[in-house]
Design a protein around this ligand. Structure first.
Ligand code: HAM
Length: 454
């Protein structure tokens, strides 16, 4: 038997009803805040993530699904040159020529998107979205990371995310945007009935703060890095901030003693962060400060945040996000400060399941239409009329005996069964039976929809 690949899964009914319920609710909330939907490709040039998310991050250095397209040519090229060099070194006669460079033309490295912010910012630049006044965008879709699968962590997972991005003249740098995004998230979680979330908030400062912070980290790590894991030893040199992503238990006491970013914020970053907090207090969104929260992606500046939820276990971050004021420039675009977030939809649905079963949001058939022998056409006509009235109809088959139709109607969870026989069609009035109460009445065709809705 061929099974779904490790870390991927099939989402089946009735659980998919819960996913649809969540997506409908978030689309409503996004509409209220004037966000519009964007759909970017599921794969992009690898360079987008290397430059956007950062080479040293776990996501880019370990977790991406990357391939050469078309495949193999680069390897063919390298191997041929290796052969030629060996032949040269051994003083052998060179046979055949090098692989023509043109073979490499058009080849590129592609990657399944591990996240969607870089793609949105690429689209923002490519389509000059600032000219169209499009500065609030949301997306819902799959992302891919080669992580060790466990509860709440998958290799194909789904994100619901949003980005506010635009020229500073449009106010995109304002702390009001940060607070609005956070308030929207609180509203969203409350509306979905997810209680007990905790908003953890930090400021990771601007690039100049980061230079000073990295310097301090390098100094602090210098005498202790030998005792740390291989990843941290490398990070201590290349990108010390990423040491905070380390999950190795033995390294934690060392990391705990490292300097904190909050000590390195310049005046502008500090006042920006205070303004965000002041608005949140004003609108009544509770939060806690966590100056260890630096997030695992390199593009963040200033505000960084995560919402956690107790019921989720080890993978308790239900969503994460922050500001990325330099990302557009890093990708070759104009200055365009931005802030956004992504919700882990798998985790969101999981925390909903703690209280609401998928069954409770699933819409079951209103009517099971049961055709008697030779009545498939008449039954289809009737089903078509009822569906036009926004009723959910399960249509049976005229080969079924009445007993089998009743069993099928019960299995489908239908409220009513509607019998379509020759006599009913002649009288243009149909036997409608309530499957819960057993009550049966004959209802004229014209009154059926209203009767069922009532
Ligand atoms: P992130 O923290 O990498 O941020 O991912 C956001 C959320 O996606 C996480 O909090 C988690 O709920 C979910 N998630 C991540 N990896 C997995 C996984 N392997 N399985 C299940 N769920 C997962 C970002 O992706 C940023 N692009 C967010 C952002 C948008 N920042 C600014 N704008």
């Amino acid at each position: 038997m061929i099974k779904a690949v490790r870390g991927t899964r099939d989402l089946l009914p009735p659980e998919t009803a819960l996913w649809n319920f969540v997506e409908a609710a978030v689309r409503d909330v996004f509409r209220a805040y004037n966000f519009q939907e964007i759909r970017t490709p599921i794969f992009e040039a690898t360079e987008l993530f290397a430059r956007g998310v950062g080479e040293e991050t776990d996501i880019v250095s370990k977790e991406m699904y990357t391939w050469d397209d078309p495949p193999g040519r680069f390897r063919e090229y390298v191997e041929r040159y290796r052969e030629l060099i060996t032949a040269l070194q051994e003083g052998r006669q060179l046979s055949g020529g090098p692989v023509p460079l043109e073979n490499l033309a058009g080849q590129q490295s592609l990657t399944l998107r591990p996240e969607n912010t870089a793609g949105v910012v690429r689209a923002y630049i490519q389509h000059k979205l600032w000219d169209r006044g499009l500065n609030k965008l949301y997306y819902i879709g799959p992302q891919f990371r080669r992580e060790r699968p466990q509860k709440g962590r998958y290799r194909q997972f789904y994100q619901i995310g949003a980005e506010v991005i635009g020229p500073a003249s449009a106010g995109s740098e304002s702390p009001a945007r940060d607070a609005e995004v956070l308030e929207m998230l609180a509203t969203l979680l409350d509306r979905l009935g997810i209680a007990n979330w905790n908003l953890e908030l930090n400021s990771v400062g601007c690039p100049s703060d980061r230079v000073k912070f990295n310097e301090a980290l390098r100094n602090a790590l210098e005498p202790v890095k030998e005792k740390m894991c291989a990843d941290c030893q490398r990070r201590a040199v290349t990108n010390p901030l990423r040491v905070f992503d380390c999950k190795v238990p033995e390294d934690q006491p060392i990391i705990e003693k490292l300097p904190r970013i909050s000590q390195f914020l310049d005046e502008g970053c500090r006042t920006h962060f205070e303004a965000v907090q002041a608005i949140l207090a004003k609108v009544g969104v509770r939060f806690s400060l966590n100056d260890r929260l630096v997030r695992g992606l390199d593009y963040y500046t200033r505000t960084a945040f995560e919402f956690t939820h107790g019921a989720l276990g080890a993978q308790n971050a239900i969503l994460g996000g922050g500001r990325y004021d330099g990302l557009s420039e890093a990708l070759g675009g104009p200055a365009a400060p931005g802030i956004g977030f992504a919700i882990g939809e798998d985790r969101l649905v999981m925390s909903l399941q703690e209280k609401a079963s998928a069954e409770s949001v699933l819409r079951k058939p209103d009517v099971y239409v049961a055709p008697m022998a030779g009545m498939n056409g008449e039954a289809a006509r009737l089903a078509r009329e009822l569906r036009r009235n926004d009723l959910v109809i399960e249509l049976g088959d005229d080969s079924f005996r009445l007993k089998k139709s009743f069993e099928a109607a019960t299995k489908a969870g239908a409220k009513y069964i509607l019998i379509v026989g020759e006599n009913e069609v002649k009288a243009d009035s149909f036997a409608l039976k309530n499957l819960a109460t057993g009550e049966q009445v004959s209802v004229p065709r014209a009154e059926l929809a209203q009767r069922i809705q009532g």
